[in-house]
Design a protein around this ligand. Sequence first.
Ligand SMILES: NC(=O)C1=CN([C@@H]2O[C@H](COP(=O)(O)OP(=O)(O)OC[C@H]3O[C@@H](n4cnc5c(N)ncnc54)[C@H](OP(=O)(O)O)[C@@H]3O)[C@@H](O)[C@H]2O)C=CC1
Ligand SMILES: CC(C)(CO)C(=O)C(=O)O
Length: 310
Amino acid sequence: MSHVLIVGAGAIGAFYGAILKRAGWRVSVVLRSEYQVVAEYGFTFTHSPLGDLSWRPDGVYRDGDVLTDAADYVVLTSKVLDDLDRGALLRPWLAPHSRIVLIQNGLDIERAVAEALPQHELISAIAFVGVSRTAPGELVHNSYGHLSLGCYPSGISDSVTALAQALEQGGIAAKAVDNVVRERWLKSVWNAPFNPLSVLGNGADTVQMLDAPGAESLVRALMAEVLAVASAEGHDFPPNLIDAQIAGTRKMPGYRNSMALDYLAGRPIELQAILGNIVDIAARHQLAVPHLQTVLTALRIRQWPAAQPV
Ligand SMILES: NC(=O)C1=CN([C@@H]2O[C@H](COP(=O)(O)OP(=O)(O)OC[C@H]3O[C@@H](n4cnc5c(N)ncnc54)[C@H](OP(=O)(O)O)[C@@H]3O)[C@@H](O)[C@H]2O)C=CC1
Ligand SMILES: CC(C)(CO)C(=O)C(=O)O
């Protein structure tokens, strides 16, 4: 029975913590704003297709606390933001044997953590789930939950296998993958168009983003550019992937992604992690990505501090 410490247990951390708890693992959390509520009441899930996922962490910590019970896995589930030093966030909680697990969106997000903490095994995990916070310590799990995970940059270690098995025991599908970077490119084909467009569309859901006149063509153009950059990096995907992604998204009821929720709640968005890094990689290959670049720049303008009135 392993001990898992989840650093930044918001929606994703509370959800996968619940799953590992159901598998019988010891699960502790590091919290910031929700420390008091969760220390007193634990996490309450007011809805989930998996049943009642409410749970109490074995330990609740905050910045400055000392962890007495070393963690086998230290899982980071914060957002990936430019001004957040994820290495510094993780460092105080790591024992020499702790593996680091990132359950976060974005492309090429592992490198900064691998460089900051090279002595630890790094596991990268990609989540397909719809879960959100509705009040401090309260969550709604709407759909899905499966995830892919593997060693960064590649491989499947015993720790990956053990974690995937525990997640499966807890009730979700967890696929150990040999090439997790390729899996990130695959997910980026969806996130890189839909997440930023939802913000430009004022919190638009997937139906709005496909049905507005011209919108599906724009999504297809953005996806094609992501695939071109992936190919330049050595990751080729089947030619019908775009059709499959559009068809799959059309089957879902209108869905607001995590970036739309952040934008609507006035929180910072993961623009660089989800879109900017892809544009940077394209530039390294001297590959033109005009649609991705336009969406990125439009969002940077939206985020730019308001000009002082004259
Ligand atoms: N929600 C979803 O359905 C999905 C999310 N993802 C990805 O998963 C990742 C996590 O997302 P999600 O759980 O939704 O995000 P949330 O905003 O719900 O949770 C983020 C957590 O990180 C904490 N945090 C942030 N900065 C710090 C800090 N400096 N010190 C301590 N704690 C900090 C937050 O604390 P505080 O409350 O104080 O801000 C919060 O507990 C993201 O990369 C997202 O894109 C992927 C698929 C689906
Ligand atoms: C694919 C999706 C919509 C759910 O996992 C997501 O990654 C997000 O909300 O950002």
